[in-house]
Write a protein that binds this ligand. Structure first.
Ligand SMILES: Nc1nc2c(ncn2[C@@H]2O[C@H](COP(=O)(O)OP(=O)(O)OP(=O)(O)O)[C@@H](O)[C@H]2O)c(=O)[nH]1
Length: 446
């Protein structure tokens, strides 16, 4: 049977929630599996560490951000604090994303007649979730991964701490929502540390909002009785009603999530976690892949439009359209024409703010390109002279174009001159471009 591409599991969670320990556990589980079944066609997982600030990683990694970026040095050089250092390190790492992706694709995508590939790619992320999830580099890393592999977010939660009270629980759930909506990737909630406190209470609060509201009421009563009846003005007030309403609103969100209880310490619940991952792989293929393709197509169209706009603006600046040929502000003065002898060129329509400023300064001082003398009042020469000037410019442009074409032909003919490197390629491309645009403007092929 043909192998499936591996699922990329990205472990995110608040600092201290147990991401690294969880990574260590699932990594050990997968290694054990591949050792126990040597006949299996899958290799051990491919592991990446994206936490530049971690001192030591308790598992072997295939790619480690610390190998390419020195976090301490980044902080020192850019004069940054810890979070800025992590963010900048991630940004620097993101500049190498094409190398990372080509390595991942080479090692992890099933190849015909090649050795087994891993079933899973595991990624550990920095504890400062926002630095990873809300940064440009985080988005680049996530979208690159998701474009090649089914990708799942494992949101690791410190169960004892989160279920200590309803407001901490709600805050954590809201954080999970923000990540879900930001990344738009399938998510599994991993209630970690179940050896200390089971996940049952949290799951009940998610599945049955009445039980969450009952817990909320109980907390409020306790607070009121603890305060000797005075209360602190928060428990029963807007906080209580906000949490109440939230529990109703979030029902829909909870239904979209898979929830598992795991103890990274004992290994309890790891098998259930991988079952959930397989479920999310199907969900990714069914729901997320088409959406990703649509977003990619949208981005491509946007990029094309921006490029076209830039080209149009550039052509406008160069004034190579048939209408304004030779009158642009970048056109060189021609010996023997009126312009070089002091006549002001015909005013163009401003296209940019700087054009307007240039025009204003031209008309104020008359110090533009030879524009001084008695014509500052805006006297216009007859059109025939303008036409002469246009023709001269056109001829110069044509001559330059033909010379460049000749040069290109010679370099192609292998006359020992070589291609001219980057500069030569650029000239050839410009010639081609000018040729096309002039052709479109009715200038013929030349
Ligand atoms: N009892 C128990 N402790 C755990 C479990 N998982 C992690 N811990 C402990 O929780 C603490 C934090 O674990 P880490 O794995 O370092 O957490 P992290 O999320 O990677 O932390 P950062 O790297 O700071 O983001 C450590 O002391 C772990 O031993 C678990 O399942 N049970």
């Amino acid at each position: 049977m043909a192998q499936q591409p591996p699922v990329a599991i990205i472990c995110v969670g608040m600092a201290g929630s147990g991401k690294t320990t969880f990574m260590q556990r699932i990594n050990a589980h997968l290694h054990q599996q591949s050792q126990q079944n040597p006949s299996t066609t899958t290799a051990p997982p491919y592991v990446l560490n994206l936490d530049p600030a971690v001192r030591s990683v308790p598992f072997d990694t295939n790619i480690d951000i610390r190998d390419s970026v020195n976090y301490k040095e980044v902080m020192r050089q850019y004069n940054l604090g810890p979070n800025g250092g992590i963010l900048t390190s991630l940004n620097l790492f993101a500049t190498k994303i094409d190398q990372v992706m080509s390595l991942l694709e080479k090692r992890c995508l099933p190849q015909p007649e090649a050795k087994p590939v891993p079933s899973y790619i595991l990624l550990d992320t920095p504890g400062q979730i926002e630095v990873f999830v809300w940064s440009a580099s985080g988005s680049i890393l996530l979208s690159s991964l998701a474009s090649s592999f089914p990708t799942v977010i494992a949101y690791v939660i410190d169960t004892p701490r989160t279920t200590a009270n309803t407001s901490t629980f709600m805050s954590n759930m809201l954080y999970a929502i923000s990540i879900l909506y930001k990344t738009r990737l399938p998510m599994i909630l991993v209630f970690n540390k179940t050896d200390v406190k089971g996940e049952e209470e949290a799951v009940e609060w998610m599945r049955d909002f009445e039980s969450f509201q009952a817990a909320l009421r109980k907390e409020e009563e306790e607070q009121w009785s603890g305060d000797g009846g005075g209360g602190n003005g928060q428990g029963g007030g807007y906080m209580g009603s906000l949490l109440n309403s939230m529990s109703l609103v979030l029902e829909e969100f909870y239904n979209a999530l898979s929830v598992v209880g795991v103890s990274s310490m004992t290994g309890d619940g790891v098998a259930a976690f991988f079952e959930a991952v397989e479920g999310k792989r199907e969900e990714f293929d069914r729901d997320y892949k088409p959406e990703l393709a649509r977003r990619r197509e949208e981005a491509e169209t946007q990029k094309r439009e921006i490029r076209d706009q830039d080209v149009r603006r550039m052509m406008g600046d160069m004034s190579v359209s048939s209408k304004s040929k030779g009158t642009g502000k970048y056109a060189a003065p021609v010996p023997g024409t009126k312009r070089s002898t002091g006549r002001r060129p015909r005013q163009e329509e401003p296209e940019t703010v700087s054009d307007v400023e240039n025009m204003e300064s031209d008309s104020e001082g008359g110090e533009g390109e030879g524009g001084f003398g008695g014509e500052a009042g805006g006297l216009e020469e007859p059109d025939t002279e303008q036409m002469e000037e246009d023709t001269a410019f056109e001829e110069r442009l044509k001559a330059r174009y033909e010379a460049a074409m000749r040069e290109e032909r010679e370099s192609k003919g292998g006359n020992g001159k070589g291609g001219g490197g980057i500069g030569g390629g650029g000239a050839a491309a410009s010639v081609k471009y000018i040729q096309q645009s002039q052709g479109a403007a009715g200038w013929g092929k030349g």
